[in-house]
Design a protein around this ligand. Structure first.
Ligand SMILES: NC(=O)c1ccc[n+]([C@@H]2O[C@H](COP(=O)([O-])OP(=O)(O)OC[C@H]3O[C@@H](n4cnc5c(N)ncnc54)[C@H](O)[C@@H]3O)[C@@H](O)[C@H]2O)c1
Length: 346
């Protein structure tokens, strides 16, 4: 059988640790090229380290010569849209890093174009691929929690401004912890709940620490170039009456180093995702109905596996372009609300 040819655009840390590392484990795919539009050295070094035979600064040339089947887009957020559209126009299936883009208009165009060409466009919202999430989704569908009327989405770091990349640059990333971390946990929450319709969002964001401190658990950053929010708080009202509360931070004076989780509050039981737990109260005593112990550490690999399998025609779940668009639309509305200081209707 012919191997699927893969090109990687944006040769940074996620491209190397996750995309290239996973593709290299499969004998039905073949890494053929790495692209960095304006840094040949980065492309070359990345290709060398990962056993990729060729590297390019000109993506047109790469598409012309390599004719890849699959493209992984791992650039800073602002460049997702252009690179995804170019890959789709070249007839490739695309796995794009999260968030899908900078705006919902871009994400919509990416969705519509991929659909019109019958190409697969998936986003690496890897958390939903954890076994924990699958277990909770199944229990939710079976009614184990009763009516879920409130959800708490937490993507919090006490002092975790990324010390690499462009995560403090508003122009390149579109925002801070909400678009970077919150998008992950919002996807997991919406996936479990079957993407309920949103009615209204109300949010507030702050920049209080990232522009003063310069070092944390994920390295050093330049506080004078810290342009994004460092904490974000929002309420998402659902059309059917439920409420989702979202909290996300790169820097916030909480006790924990990091909290990445979603809690579902139902009238029969509550659940949290990482690790999968379902619990209820019996006469004042906390009682676990399910307790997985430790969270699935292999969600990244499972996300990319699902994308490749889908490209090979298997009917597996992926974080598809339509769901990516919905998350992008929600993030856009949350930022709009925080900027305007008023609620936004969807
Ligand atoms: N799924 C996840 O858990 C996860 C984790 C981290 C990052 N990400 C996402 O992955 C993307 C990259 O993040 P990262 O942590 O790897 O950052 P990074 O800075 O390590 O990697 C980005 C790479 O893109 C390169 N780049 C910049 N301009 C380019 C261009 N014009 N053409 C090609 N390459 C270009 C940069 O030089 C860098 O090598 C972001 O969208 C981020 O949100 C996802």
């Amino acid at each position: 059988m012919r191997k699927l040819k893969v090109a990687i655009i944006g040769p940074g840390q996620i491209a190397e640790k996750v995309h290239a590392a996973y593709y290299a484990t499969r004998n039905d795919v073949e890494l053929v090229a790495a692209v960095h539009h304006n840094n040949i050295d980065k492309a070359r070094e990345f290709a060398k380290r990962n056993g990729i035979p060729r590297y390019y600064t000109n993506a047109d040339e790469m598409y012309e010569i390599e004719k890849p089947d699959i493209v992984s887009v791992c650039t800073p957020n602002k460049l997702h849209y252009g690179n995804v559209m170019q890959a789709l126009k070249a007839g490739c299936h695309v796995l794009c890093e999260k968030p899908p883009a900078l705006t919902s208009e871009e994400a919509k165009e990416m969705l519509e174009y991929s659909r019109s060409k019958n190409l697969i466009l998936a986003y690496n919202f890897h958390n939903r691929f954890a076994d924990d999430v699958g277990m909770i989704k199944e229990q939710v569908q079976q009614g184990a929690l009763g009516e879920i009327y409130a959800v708490k989405v937490k993507a919090l770091r006490r002092s975790g401004v990324p010390g690499w990349g462009s995560f403090t640059n508003k122009d390149l990333q579109g925002g801070g912890p909400l678009i970077d971390l919150g998008s992950h946990m919002l996807d997991a929450a919406f996936y479990v709940m079957g993407f309920p319709k949103v009615k209204k969002v109300t949010a507030k964001m702050f920049r209080k620490i990232g522009n003063k401190k310069s070092e944390g658990t994920l390295g050093k950053w330049d506080p004078s170039k810290y342009e994004v929010e460092d904490s974000f708080f929002g309420f998402i009202e659902l059309e059917e009456g439920g409420l989702i509360q979202v909290e996300s931070s790169f820097a916030l004076n909480i006790k924990e180093t990091s909290i990445m989780n979603v809690e579902f509050l139902g009238d029969e039981a509550g659940a949290s995702l990482f690790p999968a737990q379902i619990y209820t109260d019996r006469k004042g005593e906390l009682t676990y109905l399910l307790n997985r112990g430790t969270a699935d550490p292999n969600r990244h690999q499972k996300s990319i596996k699902a994308f490749v399998d889908r490209c090979l025609g298997k009917p597996v779940m992926i974080a598809d372009a339509e769901q990516g668009y919905k998350i992008q639309e929600l993030i856009g509305a949350l930022y709009e609300s925080a900027e305007k200081g008023d609620s936004v209707l969807l």
